[in-house]
Design a protein around this ligand. Structure first.
Ligand SMILES: [Zn+2]
Ligand SMILES: [Zn+2]
Length: 560
């Protein structure tokens, strides 16, 4: 099932612009060649929300191309044949022993999965499915160990001087130096003498890549290497598969092998003299291919990470985000900004604002007042060319849901009663209609709202405070309690709590507020919070009162 093409307006729409470019690039190459968007991720540790951009940027481009009725493949190359470089925070230091081994040869840290790489791939794969992202996975371990790249490896080895010369052109550049520092332990590519080899074998004895090639015989294709562990060995590249091309050569090799027409990369790989520039030269001069159309993407910031309750410390993952953000909203965060702009995923109180903005866009679209670009972004967020993601049948503000589950501590019966009282226009008949957003609100309140910000309703009246009430305060409480039954609805209670100071001033409930009245209102609200939840602030009072129920309010506010 294909839905309507969302390309409305080209100006300012990065997805449309990128898709146009990719389609043009495909036509330039060959009218028959398929369009391929590529992502590459190293499953060396938890795959965080920054890595998700590596997927989402090509995803939106591939999706736009599919919406136009064209074929487009989105491949995810798992760099799982990369060496383990370091043990990520929160995982046992004993894994340091495996540094230098391929990620698929390192044991699983929890014992339930096939290996280290799989342990991190599995939750990420589930998150992609929930986000409606379809990719064709390619395991670099499978590709290398099955000998699929054998011809490419031999080709690179035979052209090692050419590769060395291309790398040499950039080696003096500052950007390159900085990058080499970061990539130091990735391969042999630092050497500038004639011994340069673009290939690194994993040691047959210790399994690590702490090896150096000592010779390569072009006729027999035999290499010899020695390892820091003391082992020396050799094998013919035409027969054995125990190694890989260094990353800077591996990347352009794959562009040619997979026919990649679009790829995105972090800004660190995108500067002049960076891996992308070098790779573009290598793919043309060595592998006879073309570099893909390319976009550099910026950082993904996290607000509220310090308060995270997520597992094992470290940066939050898409799985963590999807516990509190509906999948369409998370897609929207990645779709609405151009890749070179930083984005922020919120885990703190800001999450309320994200939902408000998202809902405001939804209302604008529903009212037919959205700009074409806004409409396209909304459409892209709601799902893909082939799938619409689930959303709540009845959309209630996230902050309301969060307040209610906070007050009821998740009690479903109470939650439904309050939400029904809050939705007088279209009463909520069952909680399922408010899902999945309700579950997100619940997860946020229990997982991310600090204990001191949670609402704890008093179980006993605050007798000390009640005894100190001034005559004005006493009167205010009496007016409030007397009016409860008559005003038992969200609008009713709103008008009552704001209206009590007006009644005390001899005015009508709906009299306009003056500065004096506002001061009196603030004082009353503060008193009510103190008596009800032992703090001077809390959820909106009408919501809180509805949640508590008239009996409990009377117990807590009545002067004995
Ligand atoms: Zn595991
Ligand atoms: Zn070794």
């Amino acid at each position: 099932m294909r839905r309507q093409n969302v390309a409305g307006v080209k100006q300012g729409d990065w997805v449309v612009a990128a898709a146009d470019q990719v389609i043009a690039e495909g036509k330039r190459r060959s009218p028959d060649s398929p369009l391929v968007c590529a992502s590459g991720i190293s499953p060396s540790g938890p795959i965080h929300l920054g890595n998700l951009r590596e997927i989402m940027v090509p995803h939106f481009v591939a999706d736009e191309i599919r919406r136009r009725g064209l074929e487009c493949k989105h491949i995810l190359s798992w760099d799982d044949y990369d060496r383990l470089r370091k043990v990520p925070a929160g995982l046992p230091a004993s894994f340091a022993e495996h540094i230098g081994r391929p990620l698929t040869s390192v044991p699983d840290p929890c014992g339930e999965h096939q290996n280290w790489a799989e342990h991190f791939k599995i939750p990420f794969r589930a998150a992609l499915a929930e986000l409606g992202v379809e990719v064709t996975e390619i395991s670099q371990t499978e590709m290398y160990t099955s000998g699929t790249y054998r011809e490419q490896i031999l080709h690179a080895m035979r052209n090692r001087e050419k590769i060395d010369a291309v790398l040499g052109r950039y080696r003096t550049k500052q950007a390159q130096a900085a990058e080499d520092e970061a990539e130091e332990d990735k391969g042999n590519e630092g050497a500038s003498d004639s011994d340069y080899y673009p290939y690194k074998p994993y040691c047959a004895a210790c399994g690590r890549d702490t090896t150096a090639i000592s010779s390569f015989d072009e006729d027999s294709t035999r290499i010899r290497y020695s390892c820091q562990c003391g082992h020396s060995d050799g094998f013919a590249l035409s027969e054995g598969n125990g190694g890989k091309l260094v990353w800077k050569v591996d990347w352009p090799m794959r562009w040619a092998f997979e026919g990649v027409t679009f790829e995105a990369g972090g800004v660190d790989h995108s500067s002049p003299g960076s891996s992308f520039t070098v790779g573009s030269q290598l793919v043309r001069e060595v592998f006879g291919g073309q570099p893909p159309s390319y976009l550099g993407y910026s950082f993904v910031g996290i607000s509220g990470a310090a308060k995270m309750s997520g597992s094992a410390g470290g940066a939050p993952t898409p799985t963590d985000a999807l516990q509190i953000l509906e999948a369409p909203l998370l897609r929207w965060l990645y779709a609405r900004r151009k890749p070179n702009q930083a984005i922020t995923v919120a885990f703190d109180q800001e999450v309320n604002r994200l939902y408000d903005e998202w809902d405001a866009l939804g209302r604008k679209v529903a009212a037919g007042q959205a700009e074409p670009t806004e409409l396209a972004v909304r459409e892209r967020s709601m799902g893909s060319a082939t799938r619409t993601l689930p959303t709540a049948e009845q959309v209630l503000p996230f902050r309301t849901l969060a307040s209610v589950v906070d007050i009821t501590t998740g009690d479903e019966e109470q939650t439904l009663r309050i939400l029904r009282d809050l939705t007088t226009d279209e009463p909520l008949v069952n909680l399922d209609r408010a899902r999945p957003r309700l579950d997100r609100a619940q997860a946020w309140v229990t997982g991310y709202v600090p204990t001191e910000e949670r609402t704890r309703v008093r179980t006993e009246p605050d007798r000390a405070r009640l005894e100190q009430l001034s005559p004005t305060e006493r009167e205010a409480l009496k007016l409030l309690l007397d009016g409860l039954d008559e005003h038992w609805s969200l609008p009713g209670l709103t008008s009552l709590v704001y209206g009590v100071p007006k009644l005390q001033a001899g005015l009508e409930l709906d009299a306009p507020a003056t500065p004096e009245l506002k001061t009196a209102q603030r004082a009353l609200f503060s008193l009510l919070y103190t008596l009800l939840v032992s703090r001077d602030t809390g959820p909106r009072l009408p919501t809180l009162l509805l949640a508590l129920g008239a009996d409990r309010i009377r117990t807590l506010l009545s002067v004995a």
